[in-house]
Design a protein around this ligand. Sequence first.
Ligand code: SF4
Length: 296
Amino acid sequence: MEAKFYEKRPDKKVKCLLCPHGCVISSGKVGICSIRKNIDGTLIALTYGRISSCSLDPIEKKPLYHFYPGKMILSLGTIGCNFACPFCQNWQISQPREAFPGEDMEEVVSKVTDSLTPKQAIDLALTYRQNGNIGLAYTYNEPFIWYEYVYETVKLAHKNGLKNVLVTNGYVNEAPLRKLLPYIDAINIDIKGFSDEVYKKLGGRLAPVLKTVEIASKDCHVELTNLIVPKLNDSREEIENLVDWVATKVGRETPLHFSRYFPNFKYAEPPTSPKTLKMAEEIGLTKLKHVHLGNV
Ligand code: SF4
């Protein structure tokens, strides 16, 4: 599928305008996210209609604790990510170039994903209605880089009375975000830390993520997650700054989930101590009404 949000450049190069990375991609190459490829001067979304993962999950697992609690949601993901978190729990699907070094991404996509058209996704979601399913969640890897598929599917979902949920790192440009938001009912945005220093280590910047949170919170139900990773973002000061910002800019009612890290991929520090999580919870509750601990 030809990608949305890009411009053509001389010498068959393209510039992708979907996320703040703004990759300029030569013919035959992919962007930072691994799955948007320049094929002869046209930007192609390699994962359109391709899924790596599909599961009927409790909505609390997204995590969303204040949006249809007790219900289920059909959760879909594909491969690729525009960040490179060294502790990613889903790195086998989010970092295909690490999982399949040296391999062509088009071949990797066909090897590790199955076909599921937007219409098939909706039909599947409808069949699970009797199991308490309220709709579709786009999750497991970064859904904004799956934009073309998500956009088609969320529109169809609303036509069929289904809800749409995004679980995202929030690293997207404003125009694509605003185009998608009318079809999104709830979103969980992962704020990975409250400094550019943290984001630099993961391959991004803090400001665009905060902007996504502010825009989304005016349009749909928003919950926030902060994975607390030892030696990365676990200082009292950083957690206080995050909580201050959420209370001031998004609102005291915004649920904030502090999640426990476990070692994975390239990060070997021991799991976050319960003491640190307790500290985060106490800081959160000084300014916010809904603070939850996850993975404990
Ligand atoms: S979506 Fe992918 S290709 Fe586009 S700018 Fe972001 S990382 Fe680069």
